[in-house]
Unconditional design. Structure first.
Length: 131
């Protein structure tokens, strides 16, 4: 008797493209200090959690937007655009996108929890680690 190989359902290419577009809004929103793009990428109730310079931080989304708006624009300061998707893990209408990014001279690894809400993929939480 032979075993039937297990198969897993992969997200449709269109879903992966939609998620990638959301992550691109996140990347370019930070790089160009474009909070309109960041607002498009994030769910309005999202929150940020992570370790920055050895300290754990919980940052409400609106506070993070204000902080981004107050900082120099990486694109104008000559910083290279060095942001990329490392991996994507999607199950149904939710998932996680691991990204590596250079932001204001600092290296980060972000785990972006995403969900498809009202037909749009948005970031519902961000967990980050500063190297």
């Amino acid at each position: 008797m032979s075993a039937t190989p297990a198969t897993s359902a992969l997200p449709a290419t269109s879903e992966l493209q939609a998620i990638s577009a959301t992550i691109q809004d996140y990347f370019e929103g930070m790089y160009y200090r474009d909070t309109a793009r960041l607002r498009k990428a994030f769910h309005r109730d999202a929150c940020l959690f992570g370790h920055y310079k050895g300290t754990f931080a919980r940052i409400p989304l609106e506070d993070w937007f204000k902080a981004v708006e107050s900082r120099p624009i990486p694109a104008e300061s000559g910083e290279a655009f060095d942001m990329r998707i490392v991996s994507t893990d999607i199950t149904g209408q939710v998932g996680t996108v691991k990204v590596a990014d250079l932001y204001r001279g600092l290296r980060f690894t972000d785990y972006l929890s995403v969900a498809r809400i009202d037909g749009q993929w948005v970031i519902v939480n961000k967990t980050f680690h500063h190297d």
